[in-house]
Design a binder for this molecule. Structure first.
Ligand code: C2E
Ligand code: MG
Ligand code: MG
Length: 852
C-alpha cells in the first residue's frame, strides 16, 4: 500500500518536473502533456513536486516543510485572486517566459493544493479526521475537473471563468489526494475499503458506483441538454457547467457520506459481532479446556481404578444386568483357575464346587431378578481338584436417571486360610491337642446325645472312667515326653478297641472316658472293661524304653432321664473305689457305692471341724531293737475321736483329709503332740511321725518342723519323719528344697511302707535317708511265702550296704521276729511288742519275748 502511495507521488513529481522542463525549454507539448489542452502552470508544477516529495520523504520535518511551502505557494495565488493582482508570480520563476499567459494557477487548483497540503500535514501529525476531511475536497475537485475533460464541459474545469485546471494537474491532485489518504490506510473510506468484514464488503461493492454514477449522471445530463430536452427550472438555477458540477459533487459527496455512514454502522455491528464471536470463541475455548481437563481427570481416574483393580488382593468381576461376566482381573483368574475366555458370560459358574453349585445358582438367580446385591461363602474347585473357600460379594450398578440395574460389580476373596483356621480353632475347642481325642466339652455333648437316643431305644449307655495307674511314675522317671507318648498310645489303643458308635475322650492328665451306647447287660460291661484294661496293660515301647501302666476303671450306667454330668461323676466315683481297692481293676457304680459316697461326704464334713474341735489325738506304738530288747523309738499314729462315733482309725480319714486338703492341719497337730510327748521320753528315745506327701510338698513344711522343734525343745535327732515313697519321688522335683532343709535340721528321715511303691536304688542314692520301714504286707506272709522272705532279705541287705537302719513293721508272731532277726533285721514294730496306745511310752514285756 505504502509502495503504491510512493509510486503515485513520484509519478506526480515526475509529471511536475516534465512540465517545468517544458516551461523552461518552451516546449508546449511538455507543459500541456496532452496536445491541445491547457498547460500546467509552473507554480502548479512546483507545488505538485513539493507535495509529492513531502509524501515521499520519510523524514517528518522535511515532509512538513515541503507541504507548507506548497501550501504557501497556493495560498499566495489565492490571495492574488482575492486582491485582483498576480503579485508578480510571473517573476517568481526566472528563466520562464510565460508570454502573456496567466501566470497564476487556477483558483480551484490553488484551493486543491492548499487542501492536499493541509491534509498531508494533518496526516503526518496523525490528525486523521482532519486529514480525511481535507483530502476528500481536492479529490472531488480533481474528479469534477476530470469529468469536465471527459465530457468536454469546460465549466467543470474552469471555475467562474478563472484559469482552468489542466488535465494532468487534476490527475496529479487526484493521485496526491489518494496518496495522502493512503498515509493512514486504516481509517476513513480507505480503511473501510480494506475492512475484511461486511463494512469493507459493502464499501468495496458501492465505491465503484461513486465513480460510475457521476459519470453516468453527467453523461445523461450532457446528452439530454444536447437533445434540447433539458430546459426548465433546473437549468435556470444551474447553468450547464456548474449545474453538472453540483450534481456530480452532490451525488459523489452524498454517496460517499451515505456509504461512509452505512459502512461505519456496519463496522460497529461487525465490531459487536466480532466481540460476540470473540466472547463466544473464548467461551468455547474455555469449555474445550474444561472438557479436556475433565476428560483427562476421567482418564486418570480410570487409569487409577484399573491399577487398583489389577493390584487388589481380591478377585474383581464386572457382570452385565443378567449376571453374565464381562471382565475380571488376574486375581479372579488365579482363584477360579479359568481363563478369561472360559469365564465370560455364564462360564464363571464352572469354578463353583458341585456341592455349592445348585444353591448358589438359585440364590444368585433370585438376586439378579430382584436387582439386589448378593453375599455368600462358597467353594471353588479347580480342574486339578484343589478346593478353595471364597467369600463373594456383589452390588448392583444402577443407571443414574432411570435407576434400572445395568450390571453388577463383584469381589471374590480367598478365605481358605480363614476357614481352615476356624476349623482348627473349632477342633481345638472340642479336642485334646495331645491325643486328638474329644475333650470334656465334646464328651458331655456326645453323652447327652447318647442318653437322648437311649430314651428312644430303651438300651443303656455305659460310661467308663479310666485313670491310669503308675502314670506319675512314668512321667517322673522317664520324662514328660515319654509320658506324652504313653498317653497318645493309650488313646490310640482305646480307639482301636472301641466300636464305631463309642466315643473315646481324654478329659484330664491321665484320665480317659469311653462312652458306649447300646449296652444291655453286665456281661457286656465286663467284656468291654476287660478289653480296655487289657489294651492299656500291654507294655508300651517308647524308643528303647518300655513303660507299662494299668487302668483303674469306674463304670456308670445311664438311661435317657439321667444327666450327663452326674453320670460322669458317678463313673469318676466308681473309679476312685477301684483305686482304693488296689488299682488295676474296675468297679461299677451302684447304690451301695452311692451309700459309701454319702458316708464319705458325711465324714468329710465332720473332719473339717476335727482339728479346731481338738478331736485329733496321737497314739503311740513302740519300735524295738530286736537284739537288745529295748525300745528305741515310738511311732506317733493319728486317731480321731469323732463325737457320737468314737475312735476312728487313720485308714478311714487320712486319705479323705489328703483329698480335701485337711491333712496339713491334722499332720501339724500330730507332729506337735508327738514332739511334746517325746520330750519326756527316757533315754533320748526318738519319736517317729508320719508325713503325708501333701504335707511334704508344702513350701513351709521345713519351717513348721523347725518351729515345733524350737517350741517343744525336742533335739532334732530325736525326731524321725516317715515319708512315703511318693513323697520321696516328689523330692526329685518340687520338694527338693524341703528335703534339704530337713536334712540340714538334723532330723532323721525314714521311708515308710518300703517295697510297696516304686522307689529305685537310684532314688535312695540321690536322696539320703536314714531308715527303711519294711511294709507289714511282707512281714505278714514271711513264714509262708518264700518270695516275701526273699524281698525282705533283699531290703535288709540293701539297708546294710547303704548303711541304713531297717525296721520291720507288723510283727505279730515270734516266728516272724525270729526270721527277721535271722535275716539281720535290727529293728521291729508290731502287735507282738505293743499295739498302738495313747501313752507315749508303752510298756513292752521283753522278758516274755526273750524267753520265747
Ligand atoms: P503306718 O505308718 O505303716 O503305721 C503302721 C500301721 O500298722 C498302724 O496302723 C499300726 O496300728 C499298724 N500295725 C502295727 N503293728 C501291726 C501288726 O502287728 N499287725 C497289724 N495288722 N497292724 C499293725 P494305723 O495306726 O491304723 O495307721 C495306718 C496308717 O495310717 C499308717 O501306716 C500311716 O500310714 C497312716 N497314719 C497314721 N497316723 C498318721 C499321721 O499322723 N499322719 C499321716 N500322714 N499318716 C498317718
Ligand atoms: Mg508309719
Ligand atoms: Mg507302715
Amino acid at each position: 500500500m505504502q509502495r503504491a502511495r510512493r509510486v503515485g507521488a513520484l509519478f506526480v513529481a515526475a509529471v511536475g518536473l516534465i512540465v517545468l522542463v517544458g516551461w523552461y525549454t518552451q516546449t508546449t507539448p511538455l507543459t500541456s502533456v496532452v496536445p491541445g489542452l491547457v498547460s500546467m502552470k509552473p507554480t502548479t508544477a512546483v507545488a505538485l513536486i513539493l507535495l509529492s516529495l513531502s509524501l515521499v520523504f520519510t523524514q517528518r520535518r522535511a515532509g512538513l516543510s515541503l507541504a507548507a511551502v506548497a501550501i504557501a505557494l497556493a495560498a499566495v495565488t489565492l490571495v492574488g485572486y482575492g486582491v485582483g493582482s498576480t503579485l508578480g508570480i510571473a517573476e517568481w520563476m526566472p528563466g520562464i517566459d510565460l508570454s502573456g499567459v496567466e501566470p497564476r494557477m487556477a483558483p480551484s487548483t490553488a484551493v486543491a493544493i492548499v487542501l492536499v497540503g493541509g491534509a498531508a500535514i494533518a496526516g503526518t501529525m496523525m490528525r486523521t479526521t482532519v486529514m480525511q476531511v481535507l483530502a476528500y475536497g481536492p479529490l472531488a475537485v480533481s474528479l469534477i475537473a476530470l469529468l469536465g475533460y471527459g465530457y468536454g464541459v469546460s465549466s467543470l474545469y474552469t471555475v467562474a471563468g478563472f484559469t482552468s485546471i489542466a488535465l494532468h494537474t487534476a490527475l496529479g491532485i487526484a493521485i496526491l489526494s489518494v496518496a495522502v489518504l493512503l498515509q493512514n490506510p486504516t481509517v476513513g473510506l480507505i480503511g473501510l475499503l480494506r475492512d475484511r468484514g461486511s463494512a469493507g464488503e459493502m464499501t468495496r461493492r458501492f465505491v465503484p458506483f461513486l465513480f460510475i454514477a457521476p459519470v453516468l449522471l453527467g453523461g445523461l445530463r450532457v446528452w439530454s441538454q444536447r437533445q434540447g430536452w433539458f430546459d426548465g427550472w433546473f437549468d435556470v438555477w444551474f447553468d450547464g457547467g456548474s449545474g453538472l458540477a453540483v450534481l456530480i459533487a452532490s451525488v459523489t459527496v452524498f454517496g460517499i457520506v451515505l456509504t461512509w455512514l452505512a459502512a461505519v454502522k456496519l463496522r460497529e455491528l461487525d465490531g459487536q459481532r466480532d466481540q460476540a464471536m470473540g466472547a463466544l470463541a473464548m467461551l468455547n475455548q474455555s469449555l474445550e479446556y474444561a472438557v479436556d481437563d475433565r476428560t483427562k481427570e476421567l482418564g486418570e481416574a480410570a487409569d487409577k481404578l484399573q491399577t487398583l483393580i489389577k493390584i487388589a488382593p481380591v478377585g474383581i468381576v464386572q457382570l452385565d444386568a443378567g449376571g453374565g461376566l464381562l471382565t475380571a482381573n488376574d486375581q479372579w483368574l488365579a482363584l477360579s483357575d479359568l481363563t478369561i475366555a472360559e469365564s465370560l458370560g455364564d462360564g464363571w459358574a464352572q469354578a463353583i464346587h458341585p456341592d455349592d453349585s445348585a444353591r448358589v445358582s438359585t440364590e444368585w438367580g433370585v438376586a439378579v431378578a430382584a436387582g439386589s446385591g448378593y453375599e455368600t461363602a462358597l467353594r471353588f474347585r479347580t480342574p486339578q481338584g484343589q478346593v478353595n473357600w471364597v467369600q463373594v460379594s456383589t452390588a448392583p450398578i444402577r443407571d443414574e436417571h432411570s435407576c434400572v440395574v445395568t450390571g453388577h460389580l463383584g469381589t471374590v476373596t480367598d478365605i481358605t486360610e480363614l476357614r481352615n483356621a476356624e476349623a482348627r480353632v473349632e477342633h481345638l475347642a472340642f479336642h485334646d491337642p495331645l491325643t486328638n481325642l474329644p475333650n470334656r466339652l465334646l464328651l458331655l455333648d456326645r453323652l447327652h446325645r447318647a442318653l437322648l437316643q437311649s430314651a428312644g431305644n430303651g438300651r443303656g449307655v455305659a460310661v467308663f472312667f479310666i485313670d491310669l495307674d503308675r502314670f506319675k511314675f512314668v512321667n517322673d522317671t522317664l520324662g514328660h515326653h515319654c509320658g506324652d507318648a504313653v498317653l497318645t498310645e493309650v488313646g490310640i489303643r482305646l480307639r482301636l478297641n472301641a466300636r464305631s458308635t463309642d466315643t473315646v475322650s481324654r478329659i484330664g492328665g491321665d484320665e480317659f472316658v469311653v462312652i458306649c451306647p447300646d449296652v444291655c447287660s453286665d456281661r457286656d460291661v465286663n467284656t468291654i472293661a476287660d478289653g480296655l484294661q487289657k489294651a492299656i496293660a500291654e507294655p508300651i515301647l517308647i524308643g528303647d524304653q518300655i513303660a507299662s501302666v494299668d487302668a483303674s476303671i469306674g463304670i456308670a450306667f445311664g438311661l435317657g432321664h439321667d444327666g450327663a454330668e452326674s453320670l460322669l461323676r458317678d463313673a469318676d466315683q466308681a473309679m476312685y473305689l477301684a483305686k482304693d481297692r488296689g488299682r488295676a481293676r474296675y468297679e461299677v457304680f451302684d447304690d451301695d457305692l452311692r451309700g459309701r459316697i454319702e458316708r464319705r461326704l458325711d465324714t468329710e464334713l465332720a473332719l473339717r471341724d476335727a482339728v479346731q474341735g481338738g478331736e485329733i489325738e496321737t497314739w503311740f506304738q513302740p519300735i524295738v531293737d530286736l537284739q537288745r530288747h529295748t525300745v528305741v523309738a515310738t511311732e506317733a499314729l493319728a486317731r480321731w475321736r469323732r463325737p457320737e462315733k468314737g475312735l476312728v482309725s487313720p485308714a478311714e480319714f487320712i486319705t479323705i483329709a489328703e483329698e480335701v486338703g485337711l491333712i496339713q492341719g491334722i499332720g501339724t497337730t500330730v507332729l506337735g503332740q508327738a514332739c511334746r510327748a517325746a520330750v519326756s521320753l527316757p533315754g533320748r528315745m526318738a519319736v517317729s511321725v508320719n508325713v503325708s506327701p501333701r504335707q511334704f510338698v508344702q513350701n513351709d513344711f521345713g519351717v513348721i518342723v523347725k518351729r515345733i522343734l524350737t517350741e517343744t525343745g525336742l533335739p532334732p535327732d530325736q525326731l524321725w519323719l516317715e515319708l512315703t515313697e511318693s513323697a520321696v519321688l516328689d523330692a526329685i522335683g518340687s520338694a527338693a528344697r524341703t528335703f534339704q532343709e530337713l536334712r540340714a535340721l538334723g532330723v532323721r528321715l525314714a521311708i515308710d511302707d518300703f517295697g510297696t511303691g516304686y522307689s529305685s536304688f537310684m532314688h535312695l542314692k540321690s536322696f539320703t535317708v536314714d531308715l527303711l520301714k519294711i511294709d507289714l504286707t511282707f512281714t505278714r506272709d514271711l513264714e509262708r511265702s518264700a518270695q516275701d522272705r526273699a524281698i525282705v532279705e533283699g531290703i535288709v541287705r540293701l539297708g546294710d550296704s547303704l548303711h541304713l537302719d531297717v525296721v520291720a513293721e507288723g510283727i505279730e508272731s515270734i516266728g516272724q521276729r525270729d526270721l527277721l532277726m535271722a535275716m539281720g533285721c535290727r529293728y521291729g514294730q508290731g502287735y507282738l511288742f505293743s499295739k498302738p496306745q495313747p501313752d507315749a511310752f508303752p510298756a513292752v514285756d521283753f522278758g516274755e519275748l526273750v524267753g520265747a
